[in-house]
Design a protein. Structure first.
Length: 314
């Protein structure tokens, strides 16, 4: 049964659920957790927490409370590892200005960690993935390629400085990007996580009833991720994303395979993909850079034809 106060549910594959409490306040609810993507437990906790909090920021909200969602093999790993994971998560929640109010832990064969987050937003200013309009420009706020990079880490072939740079972006909250987009007229937004740039972009296109053009040469990527992709270092999730999207993505022949692989690459704690009116794009990019988001730039545009599809040109 539909509830008139449920402003955002499951029908558009949006980032979180939104429920209106009154004319001025709606709550945002989301949950996410996953296995470690880095070896350092404290950094893993930070990355997982930032990833979970991102859904609230993508909808223009402010996180209020968070609860740990934890799986841990107590018979295999020292509890000190768990303490470091939780410490990393708690520090990131504190940075977000939210309050950690508890959580739940179960025994499992491998560690998993994330957060259930509750945030608030003005119900009249909720930003979803279904408001993109023809003529909008698309702006991305973090570089792509973390799935490929962490896959290389698991294979023991990643240079430490590459990992450090990727971790720096993954632990970065999307709070400032969210603040910037709320200062301008924003039509739609989603964060880029496990379905990769193309998967989440396709969700926005389908929900909004529009098509997209992406400019491959303008999308920020880790150069090392391209090089690793050329060597065949590609996570299984990228192949799953490619198979799922199928013919909804049309490629210009000149776009190299390595770049295509990065576009399908599942991201961890990725950036925001923001759709704004064309005349506002330059202003938003400038705001994002003032907030320290140096890679922010226009990577594509919304078109009226071929709803739900994406054309990727050089």
């Amino acid at each position: 049964m539909c509830n008139e106060n449920l402003l955002v549910g499951t029908d558009t594959s949006d980032d979180a659920g939104v429920y209106r409490l009154n004319d001025e306040i709606a709550i945002i609810q989301t949950v996410d957790f996953f296995t470690p993507v880095v070896d350092d437990p404290y950094l893993f906790g930070q990355i997982a927490a930032a990833n979970s909090l991102s859904d609230v920021y993508a909808m223009g909200g402010r996180p209020l409370t968070a609860m740990n969602v934890t799986c841990f093999p107590t018979n295999k790993l020292d509890l000190g590892v768990l303490e470091e994971i939780l410490r990393g998560g708690a520090d990131k929640v504190l940075e977000a200005g939210a309050v950690l109010v508890g959580g739940h832990t179960v025994e499992d064969k491998e560690p998993k960690y994330g957060l259930s987050v509750t945030g608030v937003v003005d119900p009249r200013r909720v930003i979803t993935n279904k408001g993109a309009q023809p003529g909008d420009k698309l702006i991305l706020t973090k570089p792509l390629g973390t799935g490929i990079i962490t896959t290389a880490l698991k294979g023991g072939i990643l240079a430490p400085e590459v990992l450090d740079r990727a971790v720096g972006w993954m632990v970065m909250l999307n709070d400032k990007a969210s603040m910037a987009m709320q200062e301008v007229e924003t039509h739609a937004c989603t964060d880029i996580t496990g379905f990769g740039l193309l998967g989440h972009a396709a969700e926005m296109a389908s929900a909004s009833g529009v098509g997209m053009r992406l400019f491959a040469g303008q999308v920020p990527v880790y150069q090392e991720a391209l090089e690793l992709a050329e060597q065949g270092i590609i996570p299984g999730g990228a192949f799953a994303n490619r198979n799922y999207l199928g013919e909804r993505v049309v490629w210009d022949r000149s776009v190299p395979q390595s770049l295509r692989d990065v576009f399908y690459d599942p991201q961890t704690s990725g950036g925001l993909l923001i759709a704004v009116p064309g005349e506002i794009a330059t202003k938003l990019v400038a705001l994002l850079k003032e907030y320290g988001i140096t890679v922010a730039g226009v990577i594509g545009e919304i078109v009226a034809d071929h709803p739900g599809s994406i054309y990727v040109e050089p």
